[in-house]
Design a binder for this molecule. Sequence first.
Ligand code: GLU
Length: 467
Amino acid sequence: MSEVRTRFSPSPTGALHLGGAHTALFNWLIARHYQGTFILRIEDTDQERSQEKFVTEILEAMTWLGLDWDEGPYRQMERLPLYQDYINRLLASGAAYYCNCPPQDAKARQAAMARGEKPKYDGRCRELNLPAGPGTAVRFKTRPTGVTHWDDQIKGPIAFDNQELDDLVLQRADGIPTYNFAVVVDDITMAVTHVIRGEDHIPNTPRQLLIYEALNVTPPLFAHMPLMLGKDRAKLSKRHGALPALAYREQGFLPPSMANYLARLGWSHGDQEIFSREELIEFFTLDHVTKSPGIFDEEKLLWLNSHYLKEMPAPELARELTPFLAAQGITEPDQDYLARVVPTLSARCKTLVEMAAAARFYFLDPRPYEEKAAKKFLTLGAVPMLKEIAARLDKLPDPSEEALNRLFTDLAQTTGQKMTNLAQPVRVALTAKTASPGLYEIIHILGREEALRRIQHAIEFAAQSGA
Ligand code: GLU
């Protein structure tokens, strides 16, 4: 096979949403699987709706997801002379013509589509041989008969009756190419071998194929990916995960969780669910992409994220968690300390946001105590025991987990108290809560001084509780 070249070609008219990230990932995986080239192309010909901030956001989202590109980002607006060159070729061969009809009113077009009609250009200027001039667009002379078909790499054979297609505008009167034309010129000149995109582009494909034919160029392979649906099989909406990809970063998801999740959406490899990046690259081909839509399932995404939080090496996880700690009032945390903290939390949290909240007590005074926890465990009756624990802890210069285990076991034996009755007040003292990572690891990480300070606070609080 010649070199595989795929492209992701977003329009910067909005942020990169999950659906776009899905398309980008599939293109990236195919390029990586075949050791080919992944191209990034910004389709910015819609000058009214394109915005630079969306370009920045799209690049940032792709970088976050680890979808590195080998070529680009190309921008269509920087390639206008190239499109002009191809327009000239089509005009010269008689496959395109000038048209001075007023541009179809977009609203009238939409209204017609809403009525279930397919608004079609009537071909008024087709045989007029109009010259170029202000206000003239260039239209494609669509072959009116026959069938245009292709063997879609995902959907199988697809055919369109040419009768259904009209003479589309290739270049508007302002000299800017339309989507269907610019895409063909780009895919030809970038030597794209696989066009992998959402199935919403299927109606564009016969138009593009006819342009390839008129240019006498063999088209690339086409693969139309099933769309992503919400849980109730409705189209993705804000309620159903149609969030910008970067919103998932804000919610505390890790890039490998997202990549793993999106890869499995509409693709499978046996019943394997968890894939390393290398495995995805090794196993991913279009043969096992499903024809039917993938259903977005946030629970599964959370499940994968829990997995990757547990898997990630501590120093790396510490780095990932750091920006999330700012919301807890913790800035520039010591990375070595944080790397000791994260393993105690990674099995208990599903997102970095949750983990940051759970990590707070390691850095800051945990008070105020949770009301229920204080009421139950920081009572007058708990004071003597807390004092005893403090006295014993004071004598442990290095409270290793083993030494702490001995301390509490001895205490349980001498006092006849149940272990939980000893541990819970201390846990509330240290964390302000009744649920936390293991007590010994917490004391070990906080260190003797800090643990003693917190137990002292709890003793004062309990002594005043009057209960
Ligand atoms: N720019 C198009 C979009 O954002 C993609 C076109 C294509 O992949 O051919 O939907």
